[in-house]
Design a protein around this ligand. Sequence first.
Ligand code: OMD
Ligand code: FE2
Length: 445
Amino acid sequence: MHSSTITHSDPYKYQSGFGNHFSSEALPGALPIGQNSPQVCPYGLYAEQLSGTAFTVGRAGNQRTWLYRIHPAAMHRPFEPFLSIQNKVIGNFDTNNTVTTPTQICWLPFEIPESEPLDFVTGLCTIGGAGDTALKSGLAVHIYAATESMDKRAFSNSDGNLLIVPQQGRLDVQTELGPIMVAPNQIAVIQRGIRFSVGLLDGPSRGYILEVYDNHFELPDLGPIGANGLANPRDFQTPTAKYEHTSDSWEIVNKYQGEMFAAQQDHSPFDVVAWHGNYAPYKYDLANFNVINSVSYDHIDPSIFTVLTCKSVHPGTAVADFIIFPPRFEVQQHTFRPPFFHRNCMTEFLGLIHGEYEAKKDGFLPGGACLLSTMTPHGPDTKTVEIATMHELLPRRICEDSMMFMFESMYQLRLTKWAAKHKQRDHNYYKSWEGIPIRFNPDKI
Ligand SMILES: O=C(O)Cc1cc(O)ccc1O
Ligand SMILES: [Fe+2]
């Protein structure tokens, strides 16, 4: 076992691998053999294709799944506005509904409201984002804070792919393709259009969501690292088919062009008896990340810690990278070891799952966040600088019992008014860099 592995027993059966052509059947023989659409499918099921890429995308990038289900997904009443959360979630970030500032921003933990019952969907709030869902270009960062399980309610997002990072509380996620259990220190990706319903296994729950409009998440190329390392494909887990056949009322909430709609239907949307294809949700346990780093000198760019990337059309430049700062050994010599001072053409959104961040000793707490925008200067805080310039450079473990992550994007984020004016916003964040000792002496090299 890894020394810092956090283990959670997980009741579900998964298929292992990243981007594989999977197949799964909850009843034997439910998958048609040799074709996708027989005149009548086994067990009287209906065949339905779910396309995650345009039909014509090249073979290497094409993503689609065939579902064999009791009811076609089309059997629902019309979508109506879902008013209860209309203003908390947005998808298009223009100057009317958002604000912006280049200043460094930090939020203390986003509270889980106890006064009103909220589920994963009604407890969603958008922090910020960029772009336009209609053009399939941009991204959004959301927080969920929920006190109850979704009850006969499913959610489907037409706007992008969701990367869910639970921070507090395990989630029991029923998806059309089967159930996934995702705990803090694990992530789940649920792609555009896949219906899912979130149960809370540990009461009040909170987490972060990165939504990308442009493209799918993929594993980063490894270049000279070679064939193995970082997040290994076999550690990704995709669910197996599980269905229910009910005639109760369900509500399907659909985020479309940043607005929420709901449609009613008389059966469970989780009636897929079998499926095959490569467009399927997955989970990944961050404890499995194989950390690569410098064993000689200097602090390496955090791109070495990329778990997943969503590529843009600009080579080497991501719509968004999901990067983690896992427990690891730190051994570099004659080096300032912490994250360097820097300004970045990319935007950095930082969140903390548990523990503390190596470069900020105070005020960055699990469930909180920091935003460092394009070219906004930042780096280790005063206390970190003092310690790092003095301490003996012995090999040591760092970030033990902690997990910080970063959503790094080529886009410039605008903030919702909710996030910009949030009472948990720490207006003293700039003081992190106050009092850094000025040691310049032109007479002493
Ligand atoms: O700024 C940050 O806290 C994130 C970060 C970490 C690091 O190790 C190097 C660069 C960087 O942006
Ligand atoms: Fe940074």
